[in-house]
Design a protein around this ligand. Structure first.
Ligand code: MLC
Ligand code: AMP
Length: 510
């Protein structure tokens, strides 16, 4: 069998000089940390051997909710090497959310922070997970302690292109999260296309400032650097001044629009600091044209905007070379990606006509974990995936996203599904009904606002509702404001008119 294990391809791209620096990071005490390519190889081998020693079933899921660290990345690489399925979880998720993911994915191993071991292990053991290990961002915890006894040699487990490599949970429009199943073939094909399309060259150095539990930081950034044998300047958390300090020694940066907005607020952002940079890439949420042009003026660089999603990884990109990077567009379908825009009758739209974006390609996921009906609903009969994004293609082939047919808020690059938040609010005592809408926000691009109606006789307090939501939901999902009103606007069919609510609240954070 041909080896399609993604790790094998990444490992093959490591430079000959394994003692060269692969990652520069900073320890929790502020001390500099250097990892060589050999460290990445050995560290991931030891972790892979630890996982193998646990005698897990084929296709076992390794669920991971830990702070960002180089060791957390090694655990991802180890999971690939050992042939298991990586399931990253946002560090903001709280117990209700974690219970759902563990119950749904039934992971054989859960890795959490030492601080969270108490409540996470309780959920995991109750859900049938056999192994709960811990990993702190200061290299503490049982995972590394146990891996220290394992061999640092390991041959990546043979994998077919169609074998699962990762499951990424993305919330559903009904409020129930769905696990997008991505294969070794999905991830490697996309990484190879991007390496070529974005003109990665020897000597490139990536500033890694994104979280590593989503497509952008975990796949696009890490695969990009590793597949190019490129050093990463690793920031445990996005901090604008730290990015500026790293910039003179780097060539590539990737960020969600909020990161660019915050960097633009730094007086130190100028042409001089960015003069060695080759490429600034933005995605995960719409990049405002002001941000695009301000960035050009301040740094002399034109941001390259691209578009993707958990189910598909990257779909389109503005050109690196040989064409204009056009602000407000997400560029062209990547090589190998077929993209079409169709109207509600399933008919192809003409140039510049707006419709639903559908895609097909080697990067498109295998389906939603244990949800065959949901998977079938999201594909057309000729097997294009319906992205839920609404857009158009112009005569030159540039794709523009104009909105979404899915009821989704993208806040600072994180997806928030109103249905989930409304469900949580509606369960609170005294609440008759609620609607959550996204409104423009200068920092996060968009944020949620909740409009709530009380049951007859009940008195509700918006701040109290906010406080309750904060105690149960991941912080980025909590609306930035709760308004209590007498009733929700409805159309003649009785459907809540969210467009009216958006219009009424659009100036809240302007
Ligand atoms: C933090 N907060 C947010 C938020 N992030 N609120 C709304 N939206 C967000 N994204 C709130 C917290 O709830 C908290 O509120 C306060 O801000 C401070 O929290 P923090 O954790 O200190 O925030 P900060 O570190 O400043 O984080 C902001 C951020 C982060 C922009 C750096 O959100 C981030 O890293 N975003 C990137 C997300 C990403 O990687 N997306 C890629 C998805 S992949 P309070 O009230 O509790 O104080 C994908 C596919 C593709 O979409 O195409 O790439
Ligand atoms: P996720 O499910 O977190 O992967 O989010 C995917 C969604 O993010 C897509 O379906 C789009 O709606 C949105 N998205 C990603 N990149 C862009 C972009 N460049 N512009 C606008 N929206 C984007």
């Amino acid at each position: 069998m041909t080896q399609h294990n993604l790790f094998a391809a990444l490992r093959a791209a490591f430079p000959d000089d394994l003692d060269a620096t692969a990652v520069e990071a900073t320890g929790t005490g502020g001390e500099p940390l250097h990892y060589s390519w050999r460290d990445l190889d050995r560290g991931s081998a030891m972790l892979a051997n630890l996982l193998t020693s646990l005698d897990l079933p084929t296709g076992a899921r390794i669920a991971v909710q830990v702070e960002k660290s180089v060791e957390a990345m090694l655990l991802y690489l180890a999971t690939l090497r050992a042939g298991y399925v990586f399931l990253p979880l946002n560090t903001a998720y709280q117990s209700g959310e974690i219970s759902y993911f563990i119950g749904n994915a039934e992971p054989s191993v859960v890795v959490c922070t030492p601080q969270n071991f108490g409540w996470v292990s309780k959920i995991a053991f109750t859900g049938g997970t056999r192994h709960v290990l811990t990993l702190g961002d200061d290299r503490s915890g049982s995972l590394l302690q146990r891996a220290a006894h394992c061999s640092d040699q390991q041959v990546p487990v043979p994998k077919a292109a169609d074998d699962l490599a990762a499951i990424l949970y993305t919330s559903g429009t009904t409020g129930r999260s769905k696990g997008a199943m991505l294969t070794h073939g999905n991830l490697l094909s996309n990484a190879r296309v991007l390496q070529d399309y974005w003109g990665w060259v020897p000597g490139d150095v990536l500033i890694h400032a994104l979280p590593i539990f989503h497509v952008h930081g975990l796949f696009v950034a890490i695969h990009g650097a590793l597949l190019n044998g490129s050093k990463m300047l690793w920031l445990a958390k996005f901090e604008p001044k730290a990015v500026l300090r790293a910039m003179p020694c780097a060539t590539v940066f990737m960020g969600v629009p909020t990161l660019y907005v915050r960097l633009l607020q730094e007086p130190g952002l100028n042409r001089e600091v960015a003069k060695n940079m080759r490429l600034f890439i933005a995605g995960s949420a719409p990049l405002l044209i002001e941000t695009f042009t301000d960035w050009q003026q301040r740094t002399g660089h034109t941001i390259l905007e691209r578009y993707g999603m958990s189910e598909t990884t990257m779909l389109t990109s503005n050109p690196y070379a040989g064409g204009e990077r056009r602000g407000g567009t997400v560029g062209f379908p990547l090589p190998g990606v077929q993209l079409r825009v169709r109207n509600e009758h399933g008919v192809d739209c003409a140039v510049d006509q707006i419709g639903g974006i559908e895609v097909k390609g080697p990067n498109v996921f295998k389906g939603y974990w244990r949800m065959p009906e949901k998977t079938a609903e999201e594909f057309t009969t000729d097997l294009f995936f319906k992205t839920g994004d609404v857009g158009k293609v112009d005569k030159q082939g540039y794709v523009t996203i104009v909105g979404r047919s899915k009821d989704l808020i993208i806040s600072g690059g994180y997806n928030v599904y109103p249905a989930e938040i409304e469900g949580a609010i509606n369960e609170l005592p005294g609440v008759a009904e609620s609607a959550v809408v996204g409104v423009p926000h200068p920092d996060f691009g968009e944020v949620g606002v909740a409009v709530v109606v009380a049951k007859p006789g009940a008195v509700l307090d918006g701040d109290a509702i906010l406080a309750t939501l904060k105690a149960t939901l991941a912080n980025f999902k909590v609306p930035k404001r709760v308004d209590v009103v007498n009733d929700l606007p409805r159309n003649t069919m009785g459907k809540v008119q969210k467009n009216l609510l958006r219009e009424q609240h659009k100036g809240l954070f302007a």
